[in-house]
Design a protein. Structure first.
Length: 166
Protein backbone atom coordinates (compact mmCIF):
# COMPACT_ATOMS: atom_id res chain seq x y z
CA UNK A 1 0.00 0.00 0.00
CA UNK A 2 1.42 3.36 -1.01
CA UNK A 3 0.48 6.24 1.23
CA UNK A 4 1.40 9.60 -0.24
CA UNK A 5 2.71 12.21 2.14
CA UNK A 6 1.38 10.53 5.27
CA UNK A 7 3.97 12.33 7.35
CA UNK A 8 3.59 15.68 5.59
CA UNK A 9 1.36 17.01 8.37
CA UNK A 10 4.05 16.64 11.01
CA UNK A 11 5.42 19.92 12.27
CA UNK A 12 7.39 18.65 15.27
CA UNK A 13 9.40 15.46 14.92
CA UNK A 14 10.48 15.29 18.31
CA UNK A 15 -1.94 4.47 31.31
CA UNK A 16 -2.90 1.45 29.83
CA UNK A 17 -6.25 0.17 31.13
CA UNK A 18 -5.78 1.83 34.50
CA UNK A 19 -9.35 3.02 34.38
CA UNK A 20 -11.42 1.46 31.62
CA UNK A 21 -14.49 3.51 32.49
CA UNK A 22 -12.55 6.75 32.21
CA UNK A 23 -11.12 5.68 28.84
CA UNK A 24 -14.56 4.70 27.58
CA UNK A 25 -16.02 7.99 28.80
CA UNK A 26 -13.24 9.89 27.03
CA UNK A 27 -13.87 7.84 23.90
CA UNK A 28 -17.57 8.67 24.05
CA UNK A 29 -16.80 12.39 24.43
CA UNK A 30 -14.32 12.27 21.54
CA UNK A 31 -16.85 10.63 19.26
CA UNK A 32 -19.82 12.72 20.31
CA UNK A 33 -18.14 16.12 20.77
CA UNK A 34 -18.27 18.53 17.88
CA UNK A 35 -14.91 18.68 16.12
CA UNK A 36 -15.15 21.73 13.96
CA UNK A 37 -18.43 20.38 12.63
CA UNK A 38 -16.76 17.23 11.23
CA UNK A 39 -17.77 14.78 13.93
CA UNK A 40 -20.88 16.59 15.13
CA UNK A 41 -23.36 14.50 13.17
CA UNK A 42 -24.26 10.90 13.70
CA UNK A 43 -22.98 9.88 10.27
CA UNK A 44 -19.48 11.09 11.14
CA UNK A 45 -19.67 9.34 14.51
CA UNK A 46 -20.75 6.12 12.83
CA UNK A 47 -17.94 6.44 10.28
CA UNK A 48 -15.37 6.98 13.04
CA UNK A 49 -16.61 3.90 14.90
CA UNK A 50 -16.58 1.91 11.66
CA UNK A 51 -12.96 2.88 10.95
CA UNK A 52 -11.76 2.20 14.50
CA UNK A 53 -13.52 -1.17 14.62
CA UNK A 54 -11.06 -2.40 12.01
CA UNK A 55 -7.90 -1.47 13.93
CA UNK A 56 -6.65 -2.87 17.23
CA UNK A 57 -4.02 -0.49 18.61
CA UNK A 58 -2.96 -3.19 21.08
CA UNK A 59 -1.78 -5.37 18.19
CA UNK A 60 -1.00 -3.24 15.15
CA UNK A 61 1.85 -2.81 12.69
CA UNK A 62 3.20 0.57 11.57
CA UNK A 63 1.85 -0.22 8.10
CA UNK A 64 -1.65 -0.86 9.47
CA UNK A 65 -1.44 2.25 11.66
CA UNK A 66 -0.63 4.25 8.52
CA UNK A 67 -3.77 2.78 6.96
CA UNK A 68 -5.78 3.91 9.98
CA UNK A 69 -4.37 7.43 9.70
CA UNK A 70 -5.13 7.53 6.00
CA UNK A 71 -8.73 6.44 6.56
CA UNK A 72 -9.22 9.00 9.33
CA UNK A 73 -7.79 11.73 7.15
CA UNK A 74 -9.90 10.82 4.12
CA UNK A 75 -13.08 10.55 6.20
CA UNK A 76 -12.47 13.96 7.82
CA UNK A 77 -13.86 12.73 11.12
CA UNK A 78 -11.17 14.40 13.26
CA UNK A 79 -9.81 17.94 13.22
CA UNK A 80 -6.35 18.53 11.76
CA UNK A 81 -4.87 19.28 15.20
CA UNK A 82 -5.87 15.82 16.43
CA UNK A 83 -4.69 14.14 13.24
CA UNK A 84 -1.30 15.82 13.64
CA UNK A 85 -1.01 14.34 17.14
CA UNK A 86 -1.79 10.90 15.72
CA UNK A 87 0.74 11.33 12.91
CA UNK A 88 3.36 11.84 15.63
CA UNK A 89 2.71 8.27 16.77
CA UNK A 90 3.64 7.07 13.28
CA UNK A 91 6.81 9.16 13.38
CA UNK A 92 7.67 7.59 16.75
CA UNK A 93 7.28 4.11 15.27
CA UNK A 94 9.77 5.03 12.55
CA UNK A 95 12.19 6.43 15.12
CA UNK A 96 11.99 3.17 17.06
CA UNK A 97 12.99 1.33 13.85
CA UNK A 98 9.94 -0.89 14.07
CA UNK A 99 9.57 -2.88 10.86
CA UNK A 100 6.50 -1.98 8.77
CA UNK A 101 4.88 -5.38 9.35
CA UNK A 102 5.99 -5.87 12.98
CA UNK A 103 3.05 -5.87 15.37
CA UNK A 104 3.27 -3.72 18.49
CA UNK A 105 1.03 -2.83 21.41
CA UNK A 106 0.85 0.94 21.16
CA UNK A 107 -0.99 1.23 24.49
CA UNK A 108 1.83 -0.51 26.34
CA UNK A 109 4.46 1.38 24.38
CA UNK A 110 3.02 4.79 25.22
CA UNK A 111 2.13 3.91 28.81
CA UNK A 112 5.80 3.01 29.29
CA UNK A 113 6.96 6.17 27.51
CA UNK A 114 4.79 8.36 29.75
CA UNK A 115 5.94 6.50 32.86
CA UNK A 116 9.61 6.82 31.86
CA UNK A 117 9.26 10.52 31.00
CA UNK A 118 7.52 11.29 34.28
CA UNK A 119 10.10 9.32 36.24
CA UNK A 120 12.95 11.14 34.48
CA UNK A 121 11.28 14.57 34.53
CA UNK A 122 14.28 16.19 36.24
CA UNK A 123 16.66 14.73 33.66
CA UNK A 124 14.41 15.86 30.83
CA UNK A 125 14.29 19.36 32.27
CA UNK A 126 18.09 19.45 32.42
CA UNK A 127 18.42 18.31 28.81
CA UNK A 128 15.47 20.14 27.25
CA UNK A 129 14.56 22.91 29.65
CA UNK A 130 11.49 22.94 31.89
CA UNK A 131 9.00 24.12 29.28
CA UNK A 132 10.17 21.66 26.62
CA UNK A 133 10.14 18.78 29.11
CA UNK A 134 6.58 19.62 30.18
CA UNK A 135 5.52 19.94 26.55
CA UNK A 136 7.02 16.54 25.70
CA UNK A 137 5.32 14.81 28.62
CA UNK A 138 1.98 16.46 27.80
CA UNK A 139 2.31 15.37 24.17
CA UNK A 140 3.04 11.78 25.19
CA UNK A 141 -0.01 11.82 27.48
CA UNK A 142 -2.25 13.12 24.66
CA UNK A 143 -1.04 10.33 22.38
CA UNK A 144 -1.73 7.77 25.08
CA UNK A 145 -5.19 9.27 25.63
CA UNK A 146 -5.98 8.89 21.92
CA UNK A 147 -4.79 5.28 21.92
CA UNK A 148 -6.93 4.51 24.97
CA UNK A 149 -9.95 6.04 23.23
CA UNK A 150 -9.27 4.04 20.08
CA UNK A 151 -8.89 0.81 22.07
CA UNK A 152 -12.18 1.43 23.90
CA UNK A 153 -14.05 2.11 20.66
CA UNK A 154 -12.42 -0.91 18.97
CA UNK A 155 -13.47 -3.11 21.90
CA UNK A 156 -17.06 -1.89 21.59
CA UNK A 157 -17.61 -0.67 18.00
CA UNK A 158 -21.38 -0.55 18.41
CA UNK A 159 -20.90 1.81 21.33
CA UNK A 160 -22.67 -0.39 23.87
CA UNK A 161 -19.95 -0.14 26.52
CA UNK A 162 -19.18 3.46 25.69
CA UNK A 163 -22.81 4.62 25.61
CA UNK A 164 -23.60 2.76 28.82
CA UNK A 165 -21.55 5.40 30.64
CA UNK A 166 -23.71 8.28 29.42
Amino acid sequence: MQIKNILSRISDMTRVGQNREAAESAARRAVEAPAGGAASNSAAQARLREILAGYDVTNISPKAFSGLLQELQQASVLPDKDLNELFQIRVDLDRENIAPDQRVNLLEMYAQRVKDAERDAAGLEERLGALSAQTLIASLRRRLDWLEKFAAIHASPDGAAVNALA
